[in-house]
Design a protein around this ligand. Structure first.
Ligand SMILES: [Zn+2]
Length: 355
């Protein structure tokens, strides 16, 4: 039996050299004042919508995939920076502006959170309140009702607290894997994530159940997802956080039948109406994946906006409210000023050919 003091946590690939170099150049662009000069000279306007998931501290390291987490110390610095240097507006304000044919001024920022991590209440909300910053939280309502962690974090937790190293074949792509080898562990993790992402909820539970049987994790993660009661409490304490929806079971709407997509969206809005007595206005597509049927489902559920993810571009007058682009918030401070300056991504695209 292995030591379970997390001596063998999953490791992710280091960033590729080209990407690291681009970040150095982008930082230089911001620090040298080139970015700000670009914004002034070009009269760039529009808002960047930031996307966060979990806000973490040391204790969460075993339970939350770090690719979907920003450390609370970094989050605090980011919010302090925004309060001092940027124009943070509520999502509704941005929508009213673009619908009226106006663009928000450069340096405008909208803050959003996906999924319904408990840390939005326990860690992010007090910081948002301190700096008086509005935000939107998109809930996967079925996961809230079941107080169920994101599947990626369930997978991550099982890998980190496993008592067995051998994984039998769990799909066509993945043969058996010996997780004692870090490279094999990493590629098995990626292959399983790829298999889980487009899965229905039933398929997902079956796959995760099989992995649990094989790996026999020794510990369960603490509650990572908000309960409805916590959300009600959060709304009383932090009215600046608006509640939106993100389907019921966090499924890929482009991988299911149109009627199932429609039900997922409609049921998430109905869950919020029932539990919080409000009609949610905003939606975000799981994994940022949208198609005409999914878009139609959002409009049919009387939701007035929908967010995707990449590519992160500025939202300005005439922008499509049902395809709001977002930028995944960086998990460090280095590029945060540049990303929120208004110069990103155009200045980077023009000067370096990439963003
Ligand atoms: Zn999500």
């Amino acid at each position: 039996m292995h030591d379970t003091t997390y001596s063998r946590p999953l490791t992710f690939e280091p960033m590729r050299f080209r990407r690291r170099l681009l970040h150095v150049l982008q930082r230089g662009m911001a620090l040298s004042g080139m970015g700000a000069a670009y914004v002034r000279r070009r009269g760039v306007d529009g808002a960047v919508i930031l996307m966060y998931h979990g806000i973490t501290d040391k204790e969460d390291a075993n339970w939350i995939d770090p690719r979907f987490a920003v450390p609370v110390t970094v989050f605090e610095r980011q919010m302090r920076f925004l309060a001092k240097n940027r124009n943070v507006i509520a999502l509704q304000e941005l929508l009213s502006l673009i619908k009226a044919g106006n663009s928000p001024p450069p340096g405008s920022v909208v803050i959003t959170f996906d999924d319904g991590y408990r840390s939005v209440f326990t860690k992010a909300a007090p910081i948002l309140k301190r700096y008086q910053l509005p935000a939107t939280l998109y809930l996967a309502t079925g996961q809230v009702s079941r107080v169920e962690a994101q599947w990626i974090d369930r997978l991550y937790s099982m890998f980190n607290t496993r008592s067995r190293d051998f994984l039998e074949t769990t799909g066509e792509k993945l043969g058996s894997a010996n997780l004692d080898n870090p490279l094999e562990a990493r590629s098995a993790y990626y292959a399983l994530a790829e298999q889980l992402l487009p899965a229905s909820r039933e398929q997902r539970e079956k796959i995760l159940g099989g992995i649990a049987d094989a790996l026999r994790p020794l510990r369960q993660p603490p509650p990572l997802t908000l309960t409805w009661e916590e959300i009600r409490q959060m709304r009383r304490l932090y009215p600046g956080i608006e509640i939106g929806v993100h389907t019921r079971d966090h499924i890929d709407l482009t991988a299911c039948e149109p009627q199932d997509a429609a039900a997922e969206v409609a049921m998430s809005a109905a869950d919020v109406q029932r539990e919080l007595d409000i009609a949610p206005a905003h939606f975000s597509f799981p994994y940022g994946r949208s198609n005409p049927a999914a878009r139609h489902a959002v409009i049919a559920a009387n939701l007035s906006s929908a967010a995707v993810t990449e590519p992160a571009v500025l939202v300005r007058a005439g922008g499509d409210p049902y395809a709001l682009p977002r930028l995944s918030a960086p998990s460090n401070m280095a590029l945060f000023p540049f990303y929120t300056s208004g110069a990103y991504p155009q200045a980077s695209l023009e000067v370096f050919g990439r963003a």
